[in-house]
Every structure is written in C-alpha cells, then in structure tokens.
Write a protein that binds this ligand. Structure first.
Ligand code: XMP
Length: 524
C-alpha cells in the first residue's frame, strides 16, 4: 500500500495549536482527547515520553496528563520529562497525571491506606477550575495512592472526606491537578471543569467544528491530489461514505466511487447507497452487482474463516477488475480513523491493532495507489458529525457497525440464496421494531442470526419443521467487551410474533443472552 505523506497543517487550522494529551496508560486517555474536542478544541494523544522540545514544536494551547494504572513511585511507572512543567503551558493532571505533577514538583504521593472507587462527594473552593460551579460535587474516583502534599506553591482547591487533596492549582505557573476523572460521565460537572480549564485558563478558542473540519479537509485534499483522478471503494458504512463525500466536495467529478456490492448487505442498504450517492449527490458511481459471484464463491463453504477468506479475495478481484476498467487512477481514498493511527500507551506503539479477521473487505497491501485519508484526524463520533453536516441521510450516519463479510457470517453453515433471504427479512423486522422503539442508537449492534438447525412447531393445524431466528442485541463502548441488551419484553414479543408470522420458513425466535467475553458479538 502506498505511503501517506503527512501534509502541512494549513495556517489557522484548529490543529495548528492542539491540546496535547500525554498518555500515561490510563483507560480513559482517548476519552480525554474526545472530551476536549467536544469542547470544540482540537486535541491529540501523544506518548507520555514526549520531550519538552517536541512539545514546544507543536505550540500547544494546553497539556493534559492522563490517568494511568501504576503507582508514580513504582519501578517502570510511566514518567514525563519534568521539563514540560517549565514551559509555561497550562497543564492539567488527571488522577495519575495529578500525582506525577505532585511528585515532580515538590509535593508528595503516598499510599494512605484509603482508596476511593466510584462516585465520591467532594467540596470545591472558589478557584479557576471550579469557577461558576457548585461547591458540593460528585467526582468519579479510581485511586489507591493520594497526593498528601501539593506541589510547592500550589493551593488545594478541593477535598473529599478521605482525600484532603482532591484538586490543586498554581495559577501563577498555570499548573492544575484533579484526583477525580472529569472526562467520564459519572462526574456531572466534569465537562464544565474541562471548559473552565480550556476556555478560561488556556484561553483556547472553540474552533474545532464539523464545518471547520470539512473546509480544511477539502483544502488538504485539493493540495494533495492536484488535477489527478481519485478512486474510492464504498462499503455502505459511514466511514467510507463520509470520506467519499469529502473528496467529492474537493475534486468533484474527478472522483469515481466503486461500490462492490457482495449481495450480503441488509435489506435496502445497497439501494440506499446508490440512491444517496448517485441520485442525490450525483457522485460518479460504479455499482457492481456481484451477488451472483459471491454466492458462487460461498457455495458449500461452512467454516467462518473460510467464508471470510472467500469474500475477502473476491472483493479484491471485483475491485481490481473495476479499477482496471476505469484506467489509470493515481489516488485511492481510505476511511482510516484517528483511533486506528494513534501512537500512544506506555510503549509508544500503535494502540489500535485491528484483529486480522476484521479487515475483510479491505484492499491488498501491494495495490499501486497513493492514499488519501481525509478522516485520519477524526474520532468516530466526529466522522458522524461531519457526515451530518455534509447532508448524509440519518440512516447512513448513525448506522450500527456492520461486519465486512455481512450477513454471510450471521448464517451459520452454508450460505444459500434462500437462507440469505430468510435472514434478511428477519433482520429487517428486527431493525424496524428496534428503531420504532427508539432504541437503535442506544444499542451498539442489533441483528438477527440464522442457525443451521430446524425445530418442530405448529401453525394452524399443520406441524412445521422450520428454522429458528436468534435475536442478538448488545451494548458496548468499543466492541472489545459487550453486554447483552435488556430489550423490553413487549418489544421482544412484537419482534418474535412479526418474524414468525411474516416469514414462513421461521417458526421460533430465541434471544441470545450472552455477554462478551466469553461469547463474541457475532456468531461466526
Ligand atoms: P466479535 O464477533 O469479534 O466482533 O465480538 C467485534 C466487532 O467486530 C465486528 N466484526 C467484523 N467486522 N469484518 C468486519 O469488518 C469481520 O470479519 C468481522 N467480524 C466481526 C463485529 O460486527 C463487531 O462489531
């Protein structure tokens, strides 16, 4: 795959002056960057080992030191270069980050024997961090060690019953620390505190908006591709759709989208891609209806990994044939997200290594294109906001994650046209009812699965021998873990009776009540 040449940040772009989050290995590091961006200030995650010189070169508006799992005094614990505190840049330490500041700046950190986990009441004083916020608050705590003496010159501005130093600030040196986590939703005034830090302390302008992202990416794409042609593979998912629209806005008809339709999408999804891109936005689109080819390759294949391989290979073949037909095209759009590229964590390696089987539907390594990656700076929620701003339909913008191999890995055993139709219809009923109940966006994923068994039923006076459908609905933050969703009984009843009544090949509906781990979200 071609190299991505980093482009210079356009002048006056929000990224020109980022808020840098130094990742000390805590589970909420990415979330901090997202929260800062939600305050419309551009933020990036950087390794905690970043040097003061590297920081200065980025000209940041502020620094945030994240939480971390270690004790600051433990051997091998993530450290920051204390020189960063001499830069005069407003700095906020959170949890472990606060303790690092205390340790490095003449305070003290100890294991006091009192831990705090979960929602904790604290009292805040009149101060820069807590300006205009109520004095009695709740903070989400998760610590065993505590700061027992603040940095020299810092004033204690919040305390809880068991942690007398829950926050400190040194307005002169612009150094701030909080023991609780303002980035999690369980700290009700957490966002307000971050805003106080960003807007008042760091004087950061709120310029990171969807409109600004669009304007700037369009400029960057134009600078990168000049007068060349660009190719984009659409999958039906939100990332490729938003990336394609951004590129279209930048280069117009010099973009061609290829939608290699494997026929394994949900009901009406393929039609919606064509309707949106071709008819609504007038993006040059090649819709390759390859259902026949894919079903041919899947004939008799029952092993899940074999299915993935067959689909992946065929996908590449279809794409190559189409791109050959289109002639010489130099650039290829990829919907790579920020979370795929972040360098972070204790060892400075790339954080998001995607499971190999999740790359199905991707393009081969040795393909001869240069890449255009307009979503490289964005988190998923930002991609959605940009999609909304670009006018993508709600259904596309808010679509739940959907696996590249599509319905093929939700049909246990062999994929036949008949079984595909059964699953597609059952899934459509489920989606319809979940949406009607207003739960679609609350669920990470919700879908139907068709097992390779049949069971006995009775309909009218007839004995039936037909398939069951399994309902799978989960809540999750990132798909690494998931819990089965407690769907209301009434909703389950409606889904069940509609599926059984409307689909003759189904006579039973079951509910999957397993969480991940030990189960996975998908059945294959
Ligand atoms: P599991 O089943 O491993 O799924 O809990 C985690 C997330 O990954 C999605 N998934 C896939 N996505 N190609 C994809 O693009 C795949 O082969 C694939 N398998 C699973 C799954 O839908 C869930 O969001």
């Amino acid at each position: 795959m071609g190299e991505v040449v980093p482009l210079p940040v356009p002048e006056k772009a929000p990224e020109e002056r980022p808020v840098l989050v130094l990742d000390c290995g805590g589970q909420y590091s990415q979330l901090i960057a997202r929260r800062v961006r939600e305050c419309r200030v551009y933020s990036e995650l950087v390794p905690h080992r970043i040097s003061p010189q590297e920081i200065q070169a980025r000209n940041p508006l502020a620094l945030v030191l994240s939480g971390g799992p270690a004790s600051v005094y433990a051997e091998g614990a993530p450290k920051v270069d204390p020189g960063i505190f001499e830069l005069g840049i407003p700095t906020l330490g959170i949890c472990y980050g606060m303790q690092l500041m205390a340790q490095d700046l003449g305070g003290r950190v100890e294991r006091t024997g009192v831990s705090e986990f979960g929602k904790t009441e604290f009292t805040a004083e009149d101060s820069e961090l807590f300006v205009n916020l109520p004095p009695e608050q709740i903070g989400w705590m998760s610590h065993r060690d505590s700061v027992t003496a603040p940095p020299e010159g810092a004033r204690v501005v919040a305390s809880s019953q068991s942690t007398p130093i829950a926050a400190f600030e040194d307005s002169e040196r612009r150094l701030y620390g909080v023991q609780f986590h303002p980035e999690v939703v369980h700290t009700p005034y957490g966002n307000e505190l971050l805003k106080n830090f960003l807007y008042s302390v760091a004087d950061a302008p709120a310029t990171w908006t969807a409109a600004a992202v669009i304007e700037e990416q369009v400029e960057r794409i134009r600078a990168q591709v000049g007068s060349e042609r660009v190719l984009c593979a659409l999958s039906g998912g939100v990332d490729s759709a938003v990336a394609a629209l951004l590129v279209y806005k930048a280069v117009g008809d010099r973009l061609t989208c290829v939608f290699a339709d494997h026929g394994l999408l949900r009901k009406d999804e393929a039609a919606q891609v064509v309707e949106t891109f071709s008819n609504h936005f007038h993006v040059p689109l090649v819709h390759v209806d390859a259902e026949e080819r894919f079903l041919g390759k899947l004939a008799g294949v029952t092993d899940p990994e074999e299915k993935r391989r067959a689909i992946g290979e065929e996908f590449i073949r279809v794409f190559e044939q189409e791109s050959e037909r289109l002639g010489q095209i130099r650039y290829l759009v990829q919907g790579t997200l920020y979370s795929d590229v972040i360098e972070s964590g204790g060892d400075g390696s790339v954080a998001a290594t995607i499971k190999s089987h999740h790359n199905v539907g991707g393009l081969p390594e040795d393909i001869d294109f240069e890449l255009v990656e307009p979503l490289r700076l964005l988190f998923k929620d930002e991609v959605r906001r940009v999609g909304e701003e670009l006018g993508l339909p709600e259904r596309m913008v808010w679509r739940q994650p959907f696996p590249g191999p599509g319905l093929a890995i939700r049909i246990i055993g062999a994929v036949t046209r008949e079984r595909l139709e059964i699953l597609r219809e059952a899934d459509a009923v489920l989606q319809d009812e979940v949406r009607r109940a207003g739960l679609y966006r609350d669920l990470w994923q919700s879908f139907a699965v068709l097992p390779a068994i049949r069971s006995v039923g009775v309909q009218g006076d007839e004995r039936t021998y037909a398939y069951p459908i399994v309902i799978r609905a989960v809540t999750s933050e990132d798909a690494m873990t998931a819990d089965w969703a407690r769907l209301p009984y009434d909703l389950l009843e409606t889904i069940s009776s509609r599926i059984i009544n409307e689909i003759p090949a189904v006579n039973r509906v079951a509910l999957d009540i397993s969480s991940k781990p030990p189960s996975t979200i998908e059945w294959e």
